[in-house]
Design a binder for this molecule. Structure first.
Ligand code: NAD
Length: 489
């Protein structure tokens, strides 16, 4: 731990000196709104100052992205592919630094962040490989016509990201945009600005031309809002809360913004009595307590069949109480501090709400220590579907368990929420798995597995969990327009 802290200190030195600057048109520039502080959730200590951008900075970034667009869009796909692979190489070379900064900035545990940095490189490689063929279309023969379709990058786009696993999520949105030939203005979350700056530096070093990727730091209500309203920005790729998605849709209406939304979730993990309970138990624990539960795909609702509920809960409580909460840079730590006091207060408020609603707090439910935003892994049992702890996204290490009698009741409970991002089914009955998955309102469902991502598959949610899909070729559908040319025969 001491060695990691020393290493981290040396990486942070340059940000302490100048603060985190914006990167606009290839230049490091301070935000015209002054600066704000970013603090570590571990001990509330100051990390550094961060540029606070205004609409004027966003305007400069949008203009830089607009100026850079024609050349980047016209670049041969193979050349774009090579540059984006260089980005991936540099991410790998700085993976340790990225992971250290991410842990310190967000409170996420090292054991997960070291992988998240590498996943960022994988995102770049995956989309880079698709750059040469991204424009390909089809020929469609009609009566007296030969139609030829092709795809074209949409223009400069805005990418707005949240504070949970910020590096991985930024690469997940920025890599396909760049591979498609779009230029980007990125507004990272105000709570976690460190690794977005590292990514921008890496892209510049990899040979991305000035203005192709621009970084504007700042708050959602000014910098974020200005980006969504800017006439030169053709589309907004947004990851964050559902209510922010609604605001962005309204803000972008006057300029007819295209939007791609990855929003919140209240995802069910449904455990039937015929499941492999040992494996289900591992997955239930992993999908809510890893990444501090600050994860859009977390299975925050456990639906467990009545006949096995008592035994399952007993084993769950025993495991939850053994989860190691601690310093995010300690390799033994499984759960670190929550991102910020505001979020910590929100998560703990749900303990009071759950108790008032009559559910049982079977594990956790309190703060750990008196410094930093540590919350004990929490489990509520005996919840009913209408309770707020069963309906609302808590976004912390907080699991709500609801018993069910049979398949029909499980399905009704599972679908009875505003969200529809993921679902996890545990059963060895194949017919049940197929029919249940078919009726479950979710964009992504895993059967007898936790969330294991295969990048060519579609990622996204239904209902209040999002609009659009990422992954595979779906990302290109968003960042590119399809054109049809009809030749008379
Ligand atoms: P948030 O919506 O508060 O903020 C996300 C980003 O939006 C930040 O950069 C913020 O500054 C910006 N923003 C805020 N108001 C804005 C406005 N009016 N205009 C433009 N931008 C604005 O979300 P958060 O608290 O940072 O992140 C947690 C949420 O993100 C959770 O709901 C989680 O489920 C969701 N999430 C979803 C996915 C997914 O793939 N579906 C992935 C990760 C996180």
């Amino acid at each position: 731990l001491t060695a990691r802290l020393t290493q981290l200190d040396s990486h942070l030195a340059r940000y302490r000196e100048h603060g985190i600057l914006n990167l606009i048109g290839g230049q490091d520039v301070a935000g015209s709104g002054g600066s704000f502080e970013t603090r570590s959730p571990v001990d509330e200590s100051l990390i550094c100052a961060v540029s606070r951008s205004t609409a004027a900075d966003v305007d400069a970034a949008a203009k830089a992205a607009k100026a850079a667009f024609p050349a980047w869009a016209a670049m041969d796909g193979a050349k774009r592919k090579a540059i984006l692979h260089r980005v991936a190489d540099l991410i790998e070379a700085r993976a340790e630094e990225i992971a250290l900064c991410e842990c310190w900035d967000t409170g996420q545990a090292w054991r997960f962040m070291s992988k998240a940095a590498l996943r960022g490189a994988e995102n770049f490689r995956f989309f880079a490989d698709q750059a040469p063929g991204a424009r390909d279309g089809q020929t469609l023969r009609g009566p007296g016509q030969l139609n030829v379709t092709s795809r074209h990058p949409i223009g400069p786009v805005g990418v707005i990201t949240p504070w949970n696993t910020p590096f991985m999520l930024s690469t997940w949105k920025i890599a396909p945009a760049l591979a498609a030939g779009c230029t980007v203005v990125h507004k990272p979350a105000e709570f976690s600005p460190l690794t977005a700056r590292i990514l921008a530096e890496i892209c510049r070093e990899a040979g991305l031309h000035d203005g192709v990727l621009n970084l504007v730091n700042g708050f959602g209500e000014d910098a974020g809002r200005a980006l969504t309203e800017h006439p030169d920005i053709k589309a907004i790729a947004f990851v964050g809360e559902s209510k922010t998605g609604s605001m962005i849709m309204k803000q972008g209406a006057d300029t007819l913004k295209l939007v791609h939304f990855e929003l919140g979730g209240k995802n069910p993990v449904i455990v039937f009595d015929d499941a492999d309970l040992e494996r289900a138990l591992d997955a239930v624990i992993f999908m809510i307590y890893s990444l501090n539960g600050e994860r859009c795909t977390s299975s925050s609702r456990l639906l467990v069949q009545e006949s096995i509920a008592e035994e399952f809960h007993a084993r769950l409580v025993e495991r939850v109480n053994r989860i190691k909460v601690g310093h995010p840079l300690d390799p033994a730590t499984e759960v670190g501090p929550l991102i910020h006091k505001v979020h910590f207060d929100k998560v703990l408020s749900y303990v009071g709400i759950g108790r008032d609603e009559g559910a049982t707090c079977a594990a956790g439910g309190e703060r750990i220590g008196d410094k930093g935003w540590f919350v004990a892994p929490t489990l509520f049992t005996g919840a009913t579907p209408g309770m707020r702890i069963a309906q609302e996204e808590v976004f912390g290490p907080f699991l709500t368990s609801i018993p069910f009698r049979d398949e029909a009741e499980a399905l009704a409970i599972a679908n009875d929420v505003a969200y529809g991002l993921t679902g996890y089914l545990w059963t060895n009955d194949l017919t049940r798995a197929l029919t249940f998955a078919d009726r479950l309102e979710a964009g992504m469902i895993w059967v007898n597995s936790e969330n294991v991502r295969h990048l060519p598959t579609p990622f996204g949610g239904v209902k209040a969990s999002g609009i659009g899909r990422d992954g595979g070729d779906w990302s290109f559908d968003f960042y590119m327009e399809t054109k049809n040319v009809a030749f008379a025969l």
